[in-house]
Design a protein. Structure first.
Length: 169
């Protein structure tokens, strides 16, 4: 079987296992301190198909983000602001900060510092989905988990939330 040669950077750390991750199109290998270079090279070569797939996915995500027009972002900002105000009154909870930015791992997040971040890619989604994400993150101000109480609170204000949640998967 023929393998493609992939450029990569090795970071040697006090770890037991070998890890590969892609960041901004760059392949980074985290390796144990004493692992032989040949073993690392063979591992990267064997994983070349997976690596190329991940690089392609990352590039597609970047293109999708670039396609978001300013008018879509402005609409998202308005929806975020109005929904934060709406749910702050209903839940009697207010976040410290609300930001809209690119997030690779989630549609939204709520930190233990009560900061809410909304994924910029939501600008391409329908309003009810945006509302669901905002409500979801606002409910984390009361419950910093996904317990039954958390989901009951989400369901109290958006009974059909499962429909919108499914559209984000």
């Amino acid at each position: 079987m023929e393998y493609e040669i992939i450029p990569y950077e090795v970071k040697r750390l006090k770890i037991k296992n070998l890890y590969i991750y892609i960041k901004n199109g760059k392949v980074i290998v985290k390796a144990p301190m004493r692992l032989k270079d040949k073993y690392i090279h063979d591992f990267v070569t064997k994983k070349s198909k997976w690596i190329n797939q991940k690089i392609k996915e990352e590039q597609e995500q970047s293109k999708e983000t670039e396609m978001i027009e300013q008018k879509d972002v402005e609409k998202l900002e308005r929806l975020v602001k109005s929904n934060i105000e709406k749910y702050s009154k209903l839940l009697q909870e207010t976040p410290n900060k609300v930001r809209i930015r690119e997030i690779k791992y989630a549609w939204g997040s709520c930190s233990s510092n009560r900061n809410i971040t909304i994924n910029k890619k939501l600008a391409l989604k329908e309003e009810k989905i945006i509302e669901y994400v905002i409500l979801h993150e606002m409910c984390h101000l009361k419950y910093m988990n996904h317990s039954k109480d958390f989901w009951a609170l989400v369901g109290k204000y958006l009974p059909d939330y499962k429909k919108y949640r499914a559209l984000l998967k």
